[in-house]
Design a protein around this ligand. Structure first.
Ligand code: UDP
Ligand code: MG
Length: 192
């Protein structure tokens, strides 16, 4: 019997590039389930998970939480949703994440493509700091932002390159405002 495999789109880009905003738009118009790895980690921390302190220290330092933790949260959220089309936002961010995904989910899901929001550091920084005024996030400040951006450059860019080599990356500039960016996103989803 052929086993059923959920469809996954990874959504990547620098911190503050607009991944969450565009994922919310995609959910409304195209019926995917949005799973933000960062949101799941923050929820786990808030719910008093035994890993809470470890998660907080990684987030504040802009470091990437060990994949065992992240992937358990993603798997549970996928199973609990009862759905079969997922936007996985902010993951995989490094080699540990990628290897963990391939080990645990490689043959249990289909990665349709990687949606990459391309955005320069200055724009990302402005957005993250603006978000910091209301997000309550402990990493939307200038010190954490710089660490996160550095982590993005040294870890995540290589993951995007890995998927580029497989022909799986769809790049959209997220310099313009959210409506204009979503117009490009819509073209992509309508064609795929
Ligand atoms: N994070 C992580 N693993 C993931 C996703 C997020 O360790 O797979 C942590 C990491 O410390 C990151 C933080 O959560 O800096 C915030 O991630 P989020 O995706 O929420 O940030 P955004 O890119 O939306 O600004
Ligand atoms: Mg986000």
């Amino acid at each position: 019997m052929a086993t059923f495999k959920p469809i996954v789109i990874f959504v990547l880009g620098g911190p503050g590039a607009g991944k969450g905003t565009q994922c919310a738009n995609i959910v409304k118009e195209f019926g995917y389930v949005h799973l933000s790895a960062g949101d799941l980690l923050r929820e786990a921390r808030a719910s008093g998970s035994p890993d809470g302190q470890l998660i907080e220290s990684y987030i504040k330092e802009g470091k990437i939480v060990p994949v065992e933790i992240t992937i358990a949260l993603l798997r549970k959220a996928m199973e609990n949703s009862g759905k079969d089309k997922f936007l996985i936002d902010g993951f995989p961010r490094n080699k540990d994440n990628l290897e963990g995904w391939e080990r645990e989910m490689g043959d249990k899901s289909i990665v349709k493509f990687v949606l990459f929001f391309d955005c320069p550091e200055e724009t990302c920084m402005e957005r993250a700091l603006k978000r910091g005024a209301s997000s309550g996030r402990t990493d939307d400040n200038i010190e954490s932002f710089r660490k996160r951006y550095q982590t993005y450059l040294t870890n995540t860019v290589g993951i995007i390159d890995y998927y580029k080599a497989k022909g799986l990356v769809r790049t959209i500039s997220s310099i313009p405002g959210p409506e204009q960016v979503f117009n490009e996103v819509k073209k992509l989803f309508n064609d795929s």
